[in-house]
Design a protein around this ligand. Structure first.
Ligand code: CA
Length: 536
């Protein structure tokens, strides 16, 4: 983390304030709300030649044409022309470096000093039959196909109004709606990704193993293909399959095309009848004290700006180290946003096997993008650029710090279920909804999301703690942002302060003692499946 700590952020808030990330850097970003006008004198005596917006870069020295522009100690681009000291270094002045090749990478070369274990932290969670722990108690209704979404939603509204009040220990009823299931090339090799994603989401620890499925009947993704025998954990004798095989859990399916249904209400009542059985069992779940090691945290960012890598993401990275020290599981993701730091990741891999798995995921993604005739530079958005991020290299350097400093001990392909503690690279696209959906499938029970431009992102399935990168955003979105990491930029808090605040908040939110703002307002984004396979 030492490389990511701001080196100079101690001036009073009103005075011109810039933040440089590394001793080698020849640019710094302007921290002041509203930016700085030309003629502003920096503490070093440098006079600004241009107006520089907040989060944007100023040249600290004269840069010759073709000179590397260094932020985070690495070239984020090369000057397309001479840039005098004090100038605004905007994206149009930079040529982006090529992506680092995947050959000859440093493999498991960094061996960080083991951090002392963090003991004595716990939360109140719902222990499941398979040993996992939920942070919420939710009935999730799995769907095999989009065709049934309207009927399921109608039933869910009635379940919430008529049944849920009878089961006070159950937090919510959620339909797992998605666009997959029919009109897809279901035998294409890559179809395994959306299928296992749906399967593993159904098994998320927040749903207590109470899997129920609504199917149309004629769809390509048949219930038995989605949840084959053995995929649903046995809870107890109540969900044993009635087929003479006592080791197998019953797959509970309501099929709308079943001959037994006459009229729409028959379907709705069938869903409600099945839901009530699951609600009764879920209602019997009680929170119990469990160690912090039962947290499974997915971290991601969205609507990033130049502060993301200065404030919120380093604080999340510090918290990642705390969680791993406490024995918990942390996943970081977003392939295009870490691709440019692949050498940092492979060198931090705990073993050559972990590094090789990471390289395999990156190579797969490079090929996937190439098939669509783009590369990782398609990632940055107009908002990223307005927030001061010139290109994906600069964005990636800020994104990667969410992973903290501990060794990377695991790698997951998209849609796979996490089975180990420690820090895992869960390969996903950077798209907020797709990344969140895949981290849900991996089994996260808590989500941390950093944002600089601002997004009201939330999920119905798991609490989402949102961290603002700037105090200005935290002030304006005071009832949407859960943590303000902007205090790091104005010098009133340290990265460690905010990291600990986040850690404590995680335990409170996981325990249900506190709700996130997204939960308070019920802000729920759609599940979006990653389907790299063809549709028909
Ligand atoms: Ca994202």
């Amino acid at each position: 983390m030492s490389d990511a700590a701001p080196l100079s952020a101690s001036a009073p808030a009103q005075a011109p304030l810039t933040i440089r990330m590394h001793v080698r850097d020849n640019v710094a970003i302007v921290a002041n709300d509203g930016g700085l006008p030309p003629g502003s004198i920096l503490p070093s005596g440098l006079v600004l030649r241009d107006r520089v917006p907040q989060g944007h870069k100023v040249a600290l020295v004269d840069l010759a044409a073709q000179a590397p522009v260094l932020r985070y100690g690495i070239p984020i681009g090369y000057a397309l022309q001479e840039i005098p000291a004090g100038s605004w270094v905007h994206e149009r002045l930079l040529q982006m470096p090529d992506a680092r090749g995947l050959d000859n990478l440093p493999i498991a070369t960094v061996k960080p000093e083991p951090l002392p274990p963090l003991e004595g932290y716990s939360f109140e969670g719902f222990r499941n039959a398979d040993g996992s722990v939920g942070t919420r108690n939710i009935l999730a209704i799995t769907q095999t196909v989009q065709c049934v979404a309207g009927v399921t939603d109608f039933a869910v509204q009635r379940i919430k109004a008529e049944l849920l009040p009878k089961f006070p220990n159950v937090d919510d009823v959620v339909a797992l709606e998605h666009g997959y299931g029919c009109g897809v090339a279901i035998d294409a090799p890559d179809a395994i990704i959306p299928i296992r994603t749906l399967r593993n989401i159904s098994l998320n620890p927040n749903f207590g193993g109470e899997v129920m499925v609504v199917s149309l009947g004629c769809e390509k993704l048949q219930p038995e293909r989605l949840l084959p025998p053995g995929s649903i954990p046995l809870i107890d004798e109540r969900n044993v399959a009635d087929v003479g095989n006592t080791a197998e859990a019953k797959l509970d399916v309501v099929c709308l095309q079943d001959d037994a249904h006459v009229g729409f209400m028959s379907m709705v009542e069938s869903i409600m009848r099945q839901a009530e059985e699951h609600l009764e069992r879920l209602n019997a779940r009680q929170r119990e004290t469990v160690p912090a090691s039962e947290l499974v945290v997915g971290v991601q960012c969205g609507g990033s700006d130049a502060f993301s890598g200065v404030t919120a993401n380093p604080a999340v990275g510090f918290c990642t180290d705390l969680l791993v020290r406490a024995g918990a599981s942390v996943m970081f993701s977003e392939t295009t946003e870490v691709r440019d730091g692949i050498d940092q990741l492979t060198s931090r891999a705990s073993t050559p096997e972990v590094a090789a798995a990471m390289i395999k995921e990156m190579a797969w993604y490079d090929a996937y993008l190439q098939r669509g005739q783009v590369d990782r530079s398609a990632n940055t958005t107009p908002g990223n650029k307005k927030g001061g991020l010139s290109n994906i290299v600069e964005k990636a350097m800020g994104s990667i710090v969410k992973s903290g400093s501990v060794p990377i001990t695991g790698v997951l392909a998209p849609g796979e279920k996490l089975k180990q503690k420690g820090l895992t690279y869960a390969a996903t696209p950077a798209s907020d909804f797709i990344c969140g959906t895949l981290q849900l499938a991996a089994g996260m029970n808590l989500h941390v999301f950093t944002t600089g431009r601002g997004t009201p992102y939330g999920l119905a399935q798991v609490p989402v703690i949102k961290v603002a990168t700037r105090s200005d955003l935290a002030r304006r979105w005071h009832d949407l942002m859960d943590v303000n990491a902007g205090t790091i930029a104005d010098g009133s808090c340290s990265i460690e302060d905010v990291g600990w605040e986040l850690f404590q908040l995680m335990l409170d939110v996981a325990s249900g003692r506190k709700k996130t703002w997204a939960e308070h307002w019920k802000l729920h984004n759609a599940l979006v499946l990653f389907n790299p396979a063809p549709v028909t």
